[in-house]
Design a protein around this ligand. Sequence first.
Ligand SMILES: [Zn+2]
Length: 398
Amino acid sequence: MSVADPVANLQALIRCPSVTPAEGGALTGLETMLKPLGFTVERMVASEPGMPDIENLYARIGTDGPHLMFAGHTDVVPPGDEASWSHPPFAAEIADGELFGRGAVDMKGGIACFVAAVARHIEQHGAPKGSISFLITGDEEGPAVNGTTKLLKWAAEKGERWDACLVGEPTNPDVLGDMIKIGRRGSVSGKVVVHGVQGHAAYPHLADNAVRGALSLASSLMDPPFDTGTPEFPASNLEVTTLDVGNPATNVVPEKATFAFNIRFNDTWTADTVKAEILRRLDAAAATNPLRPGRDSTRYEMTWADRPSHVFLTRNDALIGSLTASVKDITGKEPKLSTTGGTSDARFIKDYCPVVEFGLVGQTMHMVDERVAVADLETLTRIYGDFITRWFADAVIR
Ligand SMILES: [Zn+2]
């Protein structure tokens, strides 16, 4: 098998059922592809009490700078009901020009293409003028505790330093060449418990309905908007995700109501300032609750979810410029530089080096019949190959 063929690479990877936290043979498969190319491959197992151990992989070719990292994950989300798939999720069958399987686009496809691109680069130009590394985790789709964060820390403690990183997550909404991600919004979640006084629904003056307080507090978080967006980011947005009272009686005023929320915020804020703004709004709403006229302040407790995701924006012309030029050259499209979507492991990598994301078309990720156009695999391999050549040429001149 030639690892210069992204289709064969992807089929081999999909046939390893690596549903988080299982390694499923996927990292071993990747190791088998990289070693003959001249990579030194290390497997790093990360542990955390109460969580399954996770296998990760770090591979490097070259000893000098400049150093380009490719990052991603081989773990996949569960396939769901396999009977719903038109081709089995771990069979990697090709039909009508499309390759079917869990992880086809998210993101074994990206890895398969980058391996092929590196193989072709070495075939044509010899070893890279610097170093290329693969930083691949088996824990991106899960809790992400034993994955990229620990792998980065482990590698950095061994003295690894990187000049730039490309994450191969599927970033294109419709067509290959649509979108490069140059940053991500931050994310903070929390839970609010509102306390009232239980009572008879017919004697409300003796009770204090917690639902009134919860509605008022929740509304204060949803309106007015936190900001109107920035040139690089959409407006920050908070959604109340659940509101629970659990009161089965129609004649009882509830004493407790709970709601939870999640905010995706742009670089107008940090995790700390956005939390402060949320508390300011809650305190203001608690003090002036229009749904409880003449009553004392609403009593509430706030609990923040662990580990907020920090917002980031990459400003690195060499990295963004090279990738944009490669996408344009190969696809003829001008990619949009975007910060939309959920969080990704790029949020951890940004603490070590500039990072951007570009991969396949994301339409079928996490869905039944996840699939990729075979032609896209070749195109992405050519984009990655062009990018490797450009980035090293540019980085060496610098
Ligand atoms: Zn992914």
